[in-house]
Structure formats: structure tokens, C-alpha cells
Ligand binder design. Structure first.
Ligand code: ATP
Ligand code: MG
Length: 421
């Protein structure tokens, strides 16, 4: 027998048994964003490598070691997107969209990073992200946080919010020097990763997951104590909004986020139930990025949600979804009933699209079909045998104790379903 082919490690199948949960998550997120006036957009999954290296920054984990990059047959360097913001920014600039006024958009789909696969960390994973272009006001920062806050409520997820400010690029570069000086004075306490980052991206050292670095990081000077006046004001306005909205948060001075492009507000929603893969949503302001990517200076901010991690947190959603859609199992006996059951199913679905109908095709005995109906967890069975057919009737049988079996006229079935559902 030929050898079985397997999927690539870290790139998972979404199995049919899990797809309802995913659709429900996607639907919940997109309905909420649409309600807030965000419009869906879809940049391609493959972009020129420069889109990402320029946006994300050369000295970041993603660009240094996580991207899937190759040369196509014309010699162009292409990359499977590791995140969504870079492509959306490229799209905004290419189509001149911010010129038409404030842009509120969202996207979804697969992202690709060559990481070490583990629970909550994959090589192909999925994000839904939202971005706003053309608004510098802290009200928008608050709106994005407020949307995500409502979302966790809708999905029944328990998470905490961490926020920080990274200041302006000027205040950050003087802070960077201060931090570098401190870290150089304590070089003997740095681990290998941090030594590598010391000169090129010292801020990332604050983000270290190495427990042994915790003490040193706690002693290091904090960006939040060295903010420029404008960023300080922006941050206090944001906190004021969050207080008024009743959204709890914790200011985490170590929160720097992995990507280069952020300034001012950064935030993360973190769950305690996913170990070190606890961040389910990360976001921040990136006022300098549009210009850096070749567009006109445009303030911008966004977030991205990791859908796999949300799905891991939602255990009871499956039951909640199952309750939503009434399910009918169509038991069919005898050759002649096959066509009529097919015709009737089509009519029922066209009239009542929120139903699920499973048509039995086994031609088995009534007993065996009944067993399958119960196993499918259907709410009702329709039974069409030759005798019913010749009387232009079918049997309607509730399967979950909702009353007795009854005979119904074929042409009356839609009305009957409408009445009881
Ligand atoms: P982490 O610190 O967990 O590596 P990150 O800072 O690299 O996260 P972002 O680039 O901010 O993550 O992406 C936003 C969200 O996408 C994350 O909060 C997470 O929920 C999800 N995510 C990121 N990388 C992965 C991955 N490899 N597998 C699954 N989900 C991921
Ligand atoms: Mg990462």
C-alpha cells in the first residue's frame, strides 16, 4: 500500500466536528465589528517579502526567523503572511483609501509563522483583526478595546486586559538609550537571547519569557516613566474612557509587543488558562507605519485575535450552538418514497432555511433508521413509507418527548413545521 501522506506539523485540519464552533466564533466577531461600522476587507495571503520586513521590522522574531519566504520562478521574493496589518496598510496606501476619510476595516484568515508547534502555537493559525486609519484620538483606542471587551462577554471568555504606552518614537529612542545603558551595566545578568537583542532591539528584552530575567527586568527603567507629554496625555485619556466604560485593566510597563511598528497605546487580553500561550488578542497604535510603508502620514491603530486560542477556551459553545438549529431526520421506506422525500426536503429547506435535514439513504428497516435518527440527536423524525405515500401523508414523530407521533398531509408539512418551531 502506498505510504499515507500527512499534514505538515503545526498546520492543522479543521475537522467537520469542530467547524460549527469556528463558524460561531467568526460570526460573533464579524457581527459585532459590522455593528460598529467596520467593513470587511481581504488582502492576499501572499505578499512581497518587503511588505512584511519593512512593516514588522528586520530585528523582530517574525522577520528574523519565523517567515515562510521563497523565490518564485521570476525571482521575486514572496512571503506567506505572518500577520495581517502589513497587508492592510499596503492595501490602504495602494488604493489611497485614507484620503476618503477615516477607514475602519477588519479581516480574517490564516497566518503563517515557523514557530515550535505546541498547544495554542501553530505554524498555520487564524486571526481576525481590525484596523482604523486616520484617527489619532484616544477615543478610537478605547473603542477597539471596548469592542473586544464586549466580544469576550458574548463568547463567555474570562480574560484580563493589560495596557501600556510606548510613547512617541522620539521619546522611545531616548528611553532606548537609557535602557541600553542600564542593561550594559548589568550585562552579566543577561541571557543569550537578551545579549543578542541588547544592541539591536533592547525593548524586546523586557518581553523575555525567561524567569531568571524577571528580577533584572523589574529593576530596569520603565518606558511609562519616560513618556513625552503628548503620549502621557493620550494614555490618561484612554484610561479615563476605560474607567467610564467599566473596563478593568492593569498597566503593565513590561508590555512592549513583538512588532516594531507600535507607538503610544499597546494592549493585550490575556487568559490564565492557556499557559504561556495566554494572549488571545494583541493590539496597539502604529501612527508611523503608513508613512514608513510609502503612504502619507496617517495615524492608525488595530488589534488581532488568535482564533485557535479562543476555540481552546470555548468548551460549552458547542452545546449552545446545537440548541439553536432544529434538526429533522427524514426516514424513508421503499423505493417510491425516495423521490418524494427528496422533493419535500428541498421545499422545506427553501421555506425554512434555519432547519437542518438529514435524509436517510440506507433504505434500511424502520428500526435501523430510527436508531440512526436517535443517534444523530435530531429533534424530529419525518417518516415516509409506501402506505403514507399512497395516502399523500407522512408521519411526524417528535424524538425528544415533545408530544405524540401524528399523520400530516404532505402539502401541510411546511405549515406544521412553521407552527411548532
Ligand atoms: P505570542 O507572544 O503568544 O507569540 P505574538 O505577540 O507573537 O504572540 P501577535 O503577533 O500579536 O502575537 O498576534 C496576535 C494574536 O495571534 C496572539 O495574541 C495570539 O492569540 C495569536 N497568535 C500569534 N502567533 C500564533 C501562533 N503561532 N499560533 C496560534 N496563535 C498565534
Ligand atoms: Mg510570537
Amino acid at each position: 500500500m502506498p505510504k499515507k501522506i500527512q499534514a505538515i506539523r503545526g498546520m492543522n485540519d479543521l475537522l467537520p466536528s469542530n467547524s460549527e464552533v469556528w463558524s460561531e466564533i467568526d460570526k460573533t466577531i464579524s457581527e459585532l465589528l459590522l455593528s460598529y461600522g467596520y467593513k470587511y476587507c481581504r488582502p492576499p495571503i501572499v505578499e512581497s517579502t518587503e511588505t512584511f520586513s519593512r512593516a514588522i521590522g528586520e530585528v523582530t522574531d517574525i522577520v528574523e526567523k519565523e517567515m515562510y519566504t521563497w523565490k518564485d520562478t521570476s525571482g521575486d521574493s514572496l512571503t506567506l503572511r505572518p500577520e495581517g496589518t502589513a497587508g492592510v496598510v499596503r492595501m490602504m496606501i495602494e488604493h489611497n483609501l485614507p484620503r476618503e476619510g477615516i477607514q475602519k476595516v477588519f479581516y480574517d484568515g490564516p497566518m503563517f509563522r515557523h514557530e515550535r508547534p505546541q498547544k495554542g502555537r501553530y505554524r498555520q493559525f487564524h486571526q481576525v483583526g481590525a484596523e482604523v486609519f486616520g484617527a489619532s484620538d484616544a477615543k478610537i483606542d478605547a473603542e477597539l478595546i471596548s469592542i473586544t471587551h464586549s466580544l469576550w462577554k458574548k463568547l463567555g471568555i474570562d480574560v484580563r486586559l493589560e495596557i501600556n504606552s510606548l510613547g512617541s518614537s522620539e521619546s522611545r529612542s531616548s528611553y532606548k538609550e537609557l535602557l541600553q545603558k542600564f542593561l550594559n551595566q548589568n550585562k552579566s545578568r543577561l541571557d543569550e537571547d537578551s545579549l543578542r537583542r541588547l544592541n539591536r532591539n533592547p525593548l524586546r528584552i523586557l518581553d523575555s519569557k525567561n524567569q531568571e530575567m524577571t528580577g533584572l527586568i523589574a529593576e530596569a527603567p520603565k518606558m511609562i516613566d519616560h513618556l513625552d507629554e503628548e503620549s502621557k496625555l493620550h494614555f490618561s485619556i484612554l484610561k479615563n474612557y476605560l474607567d467610564s466604560l467599566g473596563i478593568n485593566y492593569e498597566v503593565n510597563p513590561k508590555l512592549v509587543r513583538g512588532l516594531d511598528y507600535y507607538n503610544k497605546t499597546v494592549f493585550e487580553w490575556v487568559s490564565n488558562d492557556l499557559g504561556s500561550q495566554g494572549t488571545i488578542c494583541g493590539g496597539g497604535r502604529y501612527d508611523g507605519l503608513v508613512e514608513k510603508m510609502g503612504g502619507n502620514s496617517t495615524p492608525a491603530i488595530g488589534f488581532a485575535i488568535g482564533i485557535e486560542r479562543i476555540a481552546l477556551l470555548i468548551n460549552d459553545l458547542k452545546n449552545r450552538i446545537a440548541k439553536n438549529k432544529p434538526h429533522i431526520y427524514f426516514i424513508v421506506l421503499g423505493e417510491k418514497s425516495q423521490i418524494e422525500s427528496m422533493r419535500l426536503s428541498k421545499k422545506i429547506i427553501e421555506a425554512l432555511p434555519s432547519l437542518i435535514i438529514s435524509n436517510d439513504i440506507s433504505m434500511g428497516s424502520i428500526k435501523s433508521q430510527m436508531k440512526k435518527a436517535d443517534k444523530s440527536n435530531a429533534d424530529f423524525a419525518l417518516i415516509l413509507g409506501e402506505e403514507e405515500l399512497s395516502n399523500k401523508q407522512l408521519s411526524f414523530k417528535p424524538l425528544k418527548g415533545q408530544g405524540d407521533q401524528q399523520l400530516i398531509k404532505l402539502e401541510g408539512i411546511i405549515q406544521h413545521l412553521q407552527e411548532i418551531l
